[in-house]
Design a protein around this ligand. Structure first.
Ligand SMILES: [Zn+2]
Length: 123
């Protein structure tokens, strides 16, 4: 069942999170921050409603977000910011790719290194 047909509501603005690539929850899932067993228990939000996280998606197709100064990445360690940008941008591109496919089970959504880690936590 396509995720976008389930009609989850954004905790921040109350509107439906219509597309996979708008979903903060699924982004956190594909990068390994939300384990599969938590996926249906965590709150859903639009990425645009979660600027502190969305600012790390660096891509011409992703609209820039207004970030409160206390969460602004420009005040953070550049090395850490770079790693986070790399991970979350890759995760977001993965969501865009998945949004166009119906043959991938949710359990296979995460990035390859995340799946590998979950399958073998000692690796
Ligand atoms: Zn929202």
């Amino acid at each position: 069942m396509a995720r976008c047909e389930e009609g989850y509501l954004c905790q921040v603005c109350g509107q439906e999170v219509e597309h996979l690539w708008e979903s903060e929850l699924y982004l956190r899932y594909v990068v390994g921050w939300v384990p599969p067993e938590r996926l249906h228990q965590e709150p859903e939000r639009h990425l645009r409603c979660s600027p502190a996280l969305a600012q790390f998606i660096v891509h011409p197709d992703f609209p820039s977000v207004e970030v409160p100064p206390e969460f602004d990445k420009r005040h953070m360690d550049p090395q850490w910011v770079k790693q986070r940008e790399e991970l979350l941008t890759r995760g977001w591109l993965r969501l865009r790719q998945l949004a166009q496919r119906t043959d991938v089970p949710v359990t296979q959504y995460p990035l390859p290194e995340v799946l590998a880690r979950w399958q073998d936590p000692l690796a």
